[in-house]
Design a protein around this ligand. Structure first.
Ligand code: C2O
Ligand code: CU
Length: 507
């Protein structure tokens, strides 16, 4: 990585961003990268169950995991191998099942040819395990020396142990790569997986469980003629030059929708309630999910949880907008559909092949022991009047440099943008020029206002909030857990890599 930030910006300019971007458009939109392989037929493949990772050892207060990140082949399209990068060689990565109050130690070995970083998204994690973008794990075989101009970088050779305290309530978290400047292509190649944190409060509820509790990891990908993932990297080796073909700097969209790694799968269900933990693991794609057909008077989803765990009370949604990195924990009641129904999970946000996600086939009736309590949890938000300060962050496209900035500045590991005090509450006022899913590490927050009142998808504890063009949101954040350096950024991964990231330090 022998380049400086200024060189990247110059490179982006020289490579013709100005010429390739339609001049009428102020900001680059996300755009579809068409597959060159034939698209698979929808609803042919059963929804895969993502394997749960097994600890290599346990003791009274911790589970220990050893994972090797390595290249592998996946069978995603029929008749073609897809070369992926995977945690233990699988995509999505194996699910880590954790319990509140019980530590997880994750030892990652890097058998790729490039550095990696691991971040537990939604985790309240000590800074040395949080996966700061320059805290690289270099490949086992070494890597030509990198100068990222970050004197604080903690570089590990070959492997690193991440410790997750799980000192937080039950929630659907996920882990993914976070290497500075290369997060988008590395996640696209397969470096993402689920981390399900459970606790006693949630366990006591009569919600659907066991085979009626199913994670749905949704992401889009494009495929090359040979079956490999197609992605517009300037340097496909991902060794030196970051960035994408300037036409995709608004975000790369795939034309194939994968759920748990399978294209447009189907799932046979009984006519009872199911709990789906939905994660949008896409780089840039936003979805609006809806069931089709929907019987008269039925709702698609009853939301019971958000990024940060259970809501206080369930919320019904006809349609559910979910942006990159968000999680929605929902109940779908298939007793509303006659046995024999084929129910499509549609994506109203796209009209092409990506307009559908998967299909549920209601194949039998069954007795339903589960129910949705009207009160789910006690949620103790901080009080807005306790906020000690308000900080304003503007997320905008910077025309002159063809990149994405926060408060007019590109990401720089050596600049601190905010120094909140430990155990204090602040209001952060986030404003955007365009669609930006905004995420803070370490904390969960409450959306106080979202260009007016909190929006329909803002309920509960959030760690990622979606802002549309020209919107402003006030979020209430309590900085608790650890002192140290963390990032906040746009979770459109192309925006993130092209510098829409900032630092804060809890002091
Ligand atoms: Cu999902 Cu900075 O991360
Ligand atoms: Cu963005």
């Amino acid at each position: 990585m022998n380049y400086s930030r200024r060189e990247i910006l110059r490179y982006a300019g020289l490579s013709g961003a100005g010429l390739l971007l339609p001049s009428s458009c102020a900001r680059p939109e996300s755009r579809i990268l068409p597959s060159l392989a034939p698209l698979p037929e929808p609803f042919q493949i059963p929804l895969p169950a993502i394997p749960v990772l097994k600890p290599v050892r346990t003791d009274p207060d911790a589970d220990y995991y050893d994972v090797t990140v390595r290249p592998a082949n996946a069978r995603i399209l029929s008749g073609l191998d897809t070369a992926i990068w995977g945690y233990d060689g699988i995509f999505p990565g194996p699910t880590i099942e954790a319990r509140t109050g019980r530590r997880v130690s994750l030892r990652l070995r890097n058998a790729l040819s490039v550095p990696i970083v691991n971040h537990l998204h939604g985790g309240r994690t000590a800074p040395e395990s949080d996966g700061y973008p320059t805290d690289l794990i270099l490949p086992i075989g070494g890597f030509p020396h990198s100068h990222m101009h970050d004197p604080m970088a903690r570089i590990a050779e070959g492997e690193r142990e991440y410790v997750y305290a799980n000192d937080q309530r039950a929630a659907t978290l996920w882990y993914h790569d976070h290497r500075m400047d290369f997060t988008a292509p590395q996640v696209w190649r397969g470096l993402a997986g689920l981390y399900i944190l459970r606790d006693a409060e949630e366990q006591r509820l009569p919600l659907p469980r066991a085979d009626k509790e199913i994670p749905l990891v949704i992401c889009d990908r494009s495929f090359d003629r040979d079956g490999s993932f197609r992605y517009p990297s300037l340097d496909p080796s991902l060794r030196d030059t970051p960035g994408v073909d300037p036409r995709y700097m608004g975000g790369a969209l795939g034309d194939v929708i994968l759920v748990n790694g399978a294209p447009w799968p189907r799932l046979q269900v009984a006519g009872v309630k199911y709990r789906f933990r939905i994660l949008n693991a896409s780089n840039a794609r936003r979805y609006e999910l809806q069931l089709d057909p929907l019987p008269r008077g039925a709702t698609s989803f009853v939301q019971i949880g958000s990024d940060g765990g259970l809501l206080e009370a369930p919320v019904s949604h006809q349609a559910l907008r979910i942006v990159p990195a968000e999680r929605f924990d929902v109940i779908v009641d298939f007793s509303k559909f006659p046995v024999g129904s084929k129910v499509t999970l549609r994506n109203n946000a796209d009209s092409g092949p990506a307009g559908q996600i998967m299909r549920f086939d209601v194949v039998r009736a069954e007795r339903d022991e589960s129910s949705i309590p009207s009160k789910l949890s006690d949620v103790a938000f901080p009080r807005p009047e306790d906020a000690v300060t308000t900080r304003v962050f503007d997320f905008s496209y910077q025309r002159s440099t063809h990149s994405w900035f926060i408060n007019g500045k590109p990401y720089d590991p050596t600049r601190m943008d905010a120094r909140p005090k430990l155990d204090t509450t602040e209001i952060w006022r986030l404003q955007t020029d365009f669609n930006h899913p905004l995420h803070l590490h370490l904390v969960h927050f409450q959306v106080l206002s979202h260009s007016g009142r909190p929006g329909p998808y803002d309920a509960g504890w959030k760690d990622t909030v979606d802002l549309g063009p020209g919107q402003t949101a006030n979020i209430l954040v309590r900085f608790a857990g650890y002192r140290g350096r963390y990032v906040f950024h746009c979770h459109n991964l192309e925006h993130e890599d092209m510098s829409m990231m900032g630092n804060y330090e809890v002091v």
